[in-house]
Design a protein around this ligand. Structure first.
Ligand SMILES: Cc1cc2nc3c(=O)[nH]c(=O)nc-3n(C[C@H](O)[C@H](O)[C@H](O)COP(=O)(O)O)c2cc1C
Length: 205
């Protein structure tokens, strides 16, 4: 699948079929994750694959009871190695770059999965210490994202995005222009128009 198609058709999935993803597919997805950009090419990410039922249930419970996490055949927990970045970049590496690296890898993972018809969801609402305990994650490594993966057992939910006219600034912040895209004219919408709040928006504020 072409990159732009995968980016635009990927949707968060919260119901999975029990059938396992073939290891070769999973490794292809993880391989794409490690080709993400990273600060100083330090690649401050680690991936924990979880397929054991009890551990998946514990992760779902750590994720504030988001049970669909346990329903996925495979769960990947993307972690940041804060010390790897700190060695070169000090506190900016520890508190910012390592997290950015892990998020960049996660996005690659999600897009690669979508390109291979594997459904995913970025789950960021969880108790870090509970996840640490379940997976025995050592100090200095922070779990950043829980990603359940599997074949989808639900229709993709429609999703919306704020129009470009509302978020693209020209030359200086706050200077907007009408943007015409290849997909149709996009006039400049009124500022302050937020997208419809979704189910998990409360977690993300
Ligand atoms: C930082 C972050 C945290 C998120 N946390 C959760 C979560 O805990 N549970 C969940 O179901 N979705 C979570 N999501 C997924 C968003 O709800 C979803 O991406 C958004 O509503 C847009 O929908 P789409 O992914 O289908 O385009 C999270 C996404 C991000 C980027």
């Amino acid at each position: 699948m072409e990159a732009l198609t995968a980016i635009k058709t990927r949707r968060s999935c919260r119901a999975f079929k029990p059938e396992k993803i073939h290891k070769s597919v999973l490794y292809k997805i993880l391989d794409a994750a490690r080709w993400a950009p990273s600060a100083g090419n330090l690649q401050s990410w680690e991936f924990v694959i979880v397929e054991e039922e009890t551990a998946k249930r514990q992760l779902a419970s750590a994720a504030l009871g988001q049970e669909f996490v346990a329903g996925a055949p495979t769960v990947v927990v993307v972690c940041a190695d804060t010390e790897r970045s700190a060695v070169k970049y000090g506190s900016r590496g520890k508190f910012f770059y390592s997290l950015a690296d892990a998020c960049a890898a996660t996005q690659n993972l999600l897009i690669a999965a979508a390109a291979m018809d594997v459904a995913t969801c970025w789950v960021g609402a969880f108790d870090v210490n509970q996840v640490r305990d379940v997976l025995r994650i050592p100090e200095g490594i922070i779990p950043i994202v829980i990603v359940p993966l599997g074949r989808p057992a639900e229709e993709a939910h429609p999703s919306s995005r704020t129009s470009l006219g509302n978020i693209v600034h020209f030359e200086t912040y706050g200077k907007f222009e009408t943007i015409r895209t290849a997909e149709g004219d996009e006039s400049l919408p009124a500022k302050g128009k937020a997208p419809k709040p979704g189910m998990f928006d409360a977690f993300l504020r």
